[in-house]
Design a protein. Sequence first.
Length: 305
Amino acid sequence: MAAPRRFLPSLLRSTRPLTAPRRIIVPTIRANTAQNNLPFTRGYVTRPKGAENKNPFPVIPLIAIFASGTIGFYYLVEARKETAPAVDKGPQKIMPPAQKKPAFSKDEVSVIFVLGGPGAGKGTQCANLVREYGFVHLSAGDLLREEQQREGSEFGELIKTYIQEGKIVPMEVTVALLENAMRDAILTQNKSKFLIDGFPRKLDQAYKFEEDVCVSSFTLFFDCPEEVMLKRLLKRGETSGRIDDNIESIKKRFRTFVETSKPVVDYYRKSGKVIDVPAVGTPEDVYKHVKLELKDKLKQTVSTP
């Protein structure tokens, strides 16, 4: 009866699946001890040899993917290094900002700034120069007032407020109006000599105009005492209808001129570009001084059409 006992374990081993699970426990086999006189027997099936250390995760494919990605990234970096421009590691020279070219050169136009306090007689003397020498008279104040009254102007209310307060209108507005008026005179009148009255009233306006529009030839400064100017303005206010010809606005304008416009005159004086004219007396007397002071200067300025 020993043969059946040896046969049963060998039969179990021969019928085991090729790919056995991690652990299979064969149920207890009980023989009929009454009939076969066989003792109690328990059988086991273990994992194949080496199956205990098998990793369920696909490690080798992951390593292959990582390696190929690393190699691809390396070649990409090297390719970019070859196409990148060379960097000069020497001392870097800092270039100054490009200078903006003015709209007009000194060969194309001649510009004379006409400055003086409110009521100094600038407009009157400009009219004389226009009549005798053919200048185009551009009054910054008149251009601003025209723009203020123009229907649909986006700057109308702003200009009105500044004029009433005796303040200086933002320079971008004034410079743009002057440049447009100059272009119009060149195209429609074929004239290129300009008297710009009441401008620049601040140093930044002077810088802006000469940077964007044209470099001035010189400045004509009408020097007049404040009390004389006050009498003239109050007299003019009786008929001018100007909103700034009142005692309160006049005093503000005087203060603004002293604080902001006189430095402009001093700036150009240092460059030898100011001609002083006493503005006390009759308009005829003042104009005689103008012609005397400008005798040589006007010959140079009006030599072009």
